[in-house]
Every structure is written in C-alpha cells, then in structure tokens.
Design a protein around this ligand. Structure first.
Ligand SMILES: NC(=O)c1ccc[n+]([C@@H]2O[C@H](COP(=O)([O-])OP(=O)(O)OC[C@H]3O[C@@H](n4cnc5c(N)ncnc54)[C@H](OP(=O)(O)O)[C@@H]3O)[C@@H](O)[C@H]2O)c1
Length: 173
C-alpha cells in the first residue's frame, strides 16, 4: 500500500488555528485536496479532523469529496454515516486494501500524521505552503519521538502563491 500524506500549512508549519479553523489557507488548497482524493480514490483522516471540519465548515466539508472515506478513532461509539472507521493507522491500511485500493491519501490532522510517520507507514509527502505565518496553532506533526529524512521529488508554484513540495520519505530499518 502506498500512503501519500497531503497537508496545507503556513510557512512555519501551522495547519490550523488553536480553535481548529483554517481560514488562513486559500481555497486552492481544498481544491487540490479534492482532486488528489478523487485521483487516489481513498482518503484517511483523524477523528478530530473529521469533527472539527464538520463543525466549522457545514457546507464545505469531506462529505462531498468523491472518494472512499476512512476515519481513524479508538472510540467504539463513533460511526459517522458514509465513513469507514478504523481503529489504528494499520487498520486503516487494511480496510482500504480489503476493498481493492493500492494507495491512500492521508490528510491529517497533526496526531494522526505523527502516528503514521512514527510507524513508518508514509511513502510520500505533499505539502502546500501557504504564504502566511501564524505564531500559534496546530502543527503539521504532533510532538513525538521520531525523525525521518526525505528526498525532494518536485516543487510546483500554484496560482495563489502556494509552493507545493513533493517528497519521498526515506524508510528507516
Ligand atoms: N491544513 C490541513 O491540511 C489540515 C488537514 C487536516 C486537518 N487539519 C486540522 O488538524 C486539526 C486536528 O488535528 P489533531 O492532531 O487535533 O487531531 P487528528 O489527528 O485529526 O485526530 C486525532 C484523533 O485521531 C485518532 N488517532 C490518531 N492516531 C491514532 C492511532 N495511532 N490509533 C488510533 N487512533 C488514532 C484518535 O481518535 P480517538 O480519540 O477517537 O481515539 C485521536 O484523538 C483540525 O483542527 C483540522 O482542522 C488541517
């Protein structure tokens, strides 16, 4: 299974304000996400991302994205309609594999990103860097004990001044 992490963030690595809002990110980021999710056919998010986005963006959220939707949560009473719930990053991969997917788009949040990376499950990372700096907020990766080396595949400049960086993650043994 190939796992590609896609995230949009400020220049200093902030993916959302402390209240979860993402108003500093251009619409183009959402369009890029929807296109990638459709191309890959399946995306995976953390339970907090699901709940935050559904709460803040009622008419503009994951429900309408044309792809299989997996939410990772350990909670036994969490079962949103239209979404598959996985108990762990490995379970998310297994559930996608069981229905025929060979690749998935992982797209946050901070804690789930760290969980996947720490378990060595991320193959590539695509980062949309918004031309903004926020002194406070939620980071791309929640703090944890891990370290990875990357190799740069491609850089692209998008319309809204976003710089897209595409990396391959060097696997650790
Ligand atoms: N800018 C962007 O591109 C972007 C993209 C996505 C999200 N975001 C933002 O990110 C924020 C949320 O990030 P977050 O770090 O607070 O939460 P998160 O990573 O979305 O969700 C955390 C939850 O996911 C589940 N989870 C994570 N790792 C797990 C593991 N190893 N095994 C089982 N379950 C696991 C747990 O759910 P349970 O507690 O239910 O067990 C955990 O509480 C939101 O504000 C959202 O807006 C930004």
């Amino acid at each position: 299974m190939k796992v590609i992490l896609f995230m949009s963030m400020s220049v200093n690595g902030i993916i959302a304000r402390e209240d979860g809002s993402e108003d500093f990110l251009s619409d183009e980021n959402w369009k890029v996400f929807c296109k990638l999710a459709k191309q890959m056919g399946c995306f995976v998010i953390g339970r907090k991302t699901y709940e935050t986005v559904m709460r803040l963006y009622k008419n503009y959220n994951f429900d309408d994205v044309k792809a299989k939707k997996i939410v990772v949560s350990t909670s036994s009473n969490f079962s949103p309609a239209g979404y598959t719930v996985a108990k762990s990053p490995k379970d998310a991969i297994k559930k996608a594999k069981n229905v025929g997917f060979k690749q998935i788009l992982l797209t946050g949040g901070s804690r789930l990103n760290s969980s996947f990376l720490k378990e060595n499950l991320v193959d590539e990372i695509i980062l949309n860097i918004e031309p903004a700096i926020l002194g406070k907020g939620i980071k791309l990766f929640a703090e944890d004990a891990f370290e990875r080396r990357l190799s740069l595949i491609k850089t692209t400049k998008l319309k809204s001044g976003i710089v897209q960086l595409h990396y391959k993650v060097k696997k650790v043994k």
